[in-house]
Design a binder for this molecule. Structure first.
Ligand code: SAH
Length: 349
């Protein structure tokens, strides 16, 4: 029989579980604290539990702790990229970034991805499997332990489409932000989606105070389809109306992510149309100079073009930032480190 994944349980579920094995209720609180506050990786670290109880827990439960197989630290800005091996040998990557407002971790939500965005390295090998809530959490816990530093911001922007793993990601968000755990403020959590319209509506109904980021990247279905095949399933008007619903229901301002690709989506006309869409929703625009991957021939827009694009949005009253490139020297873009690792394994290195 499969062991129960203890780290994915809420405190209420853990209490039921502990009662069912005949232990006192306060044990549940102790175990929860060991897992989610003291970030224990092993039952033997739980030193205020008796040896007998620890053995009993080992028999029926698992803690799903990923093993760090690679870590690269940027010499430029201290950004760290981690590659974790999961219990079944799958690998996922996460990024640790230091900002003036605190430390941020970017987590993966799936092993691989099936959304097929043309410029993205994470999707090249397709989707392998969904990550469990515990496996998403553990990326943050492992990094927190490894750096010894507090993590105040989390972005679900690594490999995978979070809304394609909806139930697990939702549970992860609850565990991450609940009072008895790391208790990260919902306002400091961002979930990024390529635009699964029905799931955006579902998420809105949860009324979380997280920030939802839509990967827009183009302002017409025709242009967007060339970059993001998901456009065929959910047209822009459907996605944007789901975003409007999200904004109205949660009161949270949306972010539009817009990766600038040279000569593809960076004209003045594109900036004008983007201003219209962002203006209507009061959305913040985050411009990302595309990070070229060797499998495709997309190039970054020229520096001057990026500035002109930004200025045009600002003139139209749009709140816009250019994403600072972090860890340029360490395969910073989504899925690049994992991809390189898998390629090397394939070649038997
Ligand atoms: N599946 C989610 C999260 C993925 S990645 C989503 O689509 O939003 C987070 C952001 O990085 C997305 O906006 C994604 O489109 C973008 N991105 C991925 N690869 C990129 C690259 N090579 N250059 C620039 N942006 C990229």
């Amino acid at each position: 029989m499969d062991k129960t994944d203890l780290k994915s349980l809420t405190i209420e579920e853990l209490k039921d579980e502990i009662a069912a094995i005949g232990e006192k209720p306060f044990r549940a609180g102790q175990i929860y604290e060991w897992i989610h506050v003291k970030l224990a990786r092993d039952f033997d670290e739980m030193t205020n539990l008796s040896k007998a109880l620890r053995e009993k827990l080992k028999e029926s439960y698992t803690l799903h702790t990923g093993r760090i197989v690679r870590m690269q630290e940027s010499k430029i800005d201290g950004t760290r990229k981690y590659l974790f091996a999961l219990s079944d040998g799958c690998v996922v990557e996460s990024v640790f970034m230091r900002y003036h407002h605190g430390n941020s971790v970017c987590v993966s939500s799936q092993v691989g991805c099936r959304m097929g965005c043309r410029f993205c390295a994470s999707t090249l090998g397709g989707l392998e499997r969904n990550l469990l809530p515990s496996e998403i959490l553990d990326q943050i816990y492992a990094i927190s332990r490894d750096t010894g530093e507090r993590i105040s911001n989390v972005v679900v922007m690594g490999t995978g489409e979070p809304l394609d793993n909806y139930e697990n990601v939702l549970r992860f968000l609850h565990l991450l932000t609940c009072e008895g755990g790391l208790h990260i403020s919902q306002r400091n959590v961002t979930v990024s989606t390529c635009g699964l319209a029905p799931m955006i509506r579902e998420l809105a109904k949860e009324k979380l105070q997280i920030t939802l980021a839509l990967s827009l990247h183009a302002t017409t279905d025709e242009k967007r389809r060339a970059l993001m095949p998901i456009t065929d399933r959910y047209h822009l008007d459907e996605v944007l109306s789901a975003c409007a619903f999200y904004h109205e229901t949660t009161g949270r301002r949306m972010t539009f992510e817009y990766s600038l690709v040279g000569n593809v989506n960076d004209t003045d006309e594109d900036a004008r149309e983007l201003s219209g869409l962002a203006g209507r929703l009061g959305a913040h625009v985050n411009l990302i100079p595309v990070n070229p991957i060797k499998e495709r021939d997309y190039v970054q827009s020229a520096k001057g073009r990026i500035e002109a694009f930004k200025n045009r949005l600002e003139k139209n009253g749009i709140n816009v930032t250019i994403r600072r490139e972090m860890g340029r020297d360490i395969d910073g873009a989504c899925g690049q480190l994992r991809k390189r690792h898998l390629d090397e394994e394939h070649r038997g290195e």
